[in-house]
Design a binder for this molecule. Structure first.
Ligand SMILES: [Zn+2]
Length: 321
């Protein structure tokens, strides 16, 4: 019989190789419920770097659920965010230092599904848009699954609160953020892959269909596909872009918020084995693809983007990653 650690790593592998289409940097997470424990990716760890020894946190599920219910009775604000951050620390059962549970532990712990996947699929940002919801709902129903659409919500307490209003959906599409899948096995993930592909094939008249070209590629192949070099004005389309904006502009930026990425820079980062800078490159590449291929995608409102950078849980993640 396999252990929860081995099962969780299997889940991580099944999504972790899809960089940059599903995963960029330390974003995305997986979890598994076993008895009264939640096994989840640790904060700041890359999903493709998880091993039995590293990158897994264990949370006391009942303690967390009880603590979260009490948080929800408090008004939204800095005080509540700071209590959420403490709750994550208080409920961790792992004795390995640094194995702090993901800041997105909230919905992993509160949703009833035994296995939960969350990642920042580029296609899902298009699918979450109002204009595609009817079409996406049809595709999901064809697979005998259900979908819920979640309006823009700050990761952490607010996003969890929005998701658990209906805790029975198989798929949650999060506006300007990504997707959550829940189920008892890997079936929902397999069907999601199919739904995403069918969606991209259905939008042939839009530049969005070109996203299909990046669905199975690596960063190297994606950069080759783009002619080896890209240059663009920085925009925040999803939470991780806002959180790492300063690092990205400092590392790859030029004047007037212009960002330049080249395959040579990427190869150099790979050679150095610098995971932190690799993550920024991946987030920047994802941001470019979103801006180029989903013309209707709005930027995050500035006030929303600013509120992410100061979250206590994000500060912790920035130090870690
Ligand atoms: Zn996320």
């Amino acid at each position: 019989m396999s252990s929860p650690q081995q099962d969780l790593i299997g889940m991580a592998r099944s999504i972790g190789f899809r960089v940059p289409f599903w995963i960029q940097g330390g974003g995305g997470n997986v979890s598994l419920k076993a008895n009264s424990e939640l096994w989840i990716k640790a904060s700041g760890t890359r999903i493709d770097q998880m091993t039995v020894e590293k990158g897994i946190a264990v949370v006391d599920l009942f303690k967390f659920q009880k603590g979260f219910a009490s948080l929800l009775t408090e008004p939204d604000g800095d005080e509540r965010e700071s209590r959420y951050s403490h709750l994550l620390t208080d409920c961790q059962m792992s004795t390995i230092p640094g194995q702090r549970p993901s800041m997105e532990t909230g919905f992993h712990a509160l949703l009833p599904g035994q296995r939960i996947y969350h990642f920042h699929s580029l296609a899902s940002l298009a699918m979450a848009q109002l204009s595609y919801r009817a079409e996406v709902t049809d595709l999901v129903q064809d697979c005998n699954l259900t979908v819920d659409f979640i309006s823009l919500a700050r990761p952490g307490v607010n996003l969890t609160a929005a998701v658990i209003e209906n805790n029975q959906a198989d798929i949650y599409l999060l506006e300007s953020h990504g997707v959550i899948l829940q189920g008892k096995d890997e079936k929902t993930l397999e069907l999601w892959q199919d739904i995403e592909t069918r969606f991209l094939k259905s939008v042939t008249e839009s530049p969005m269909s070109a996203l299909n070209k990046f669905a199975q590629t690596s960063v190297t192949e994606a950069m080759k596909n783009l002619g080896g070099k890209i240059q663009f004005i920085w925009k925040n389309y999803f939470p991780d872009a806002a959180v790492f904006e300063k690092d990205i502009l400092r590392t790859f930026g030029g004047p007037q918020n212009e960002v330049k990425l080249s395959i040579h820079t990427w190869e150099e980062i790979q050679r150095r084995g610098d995971l932190k800078v690799a993550g920024w490159f991946e987030v920047a590449l994802a941001s470019y693809l979103l801006g180029k291929l989903i013309p209707t995608l709005p930027e995050l409102p500035e006030i929303f983007a600013e509120s992410l950078v100061v979250l206590p849980t994000e500060k912790f993640r920035q130090v870690q990653s």
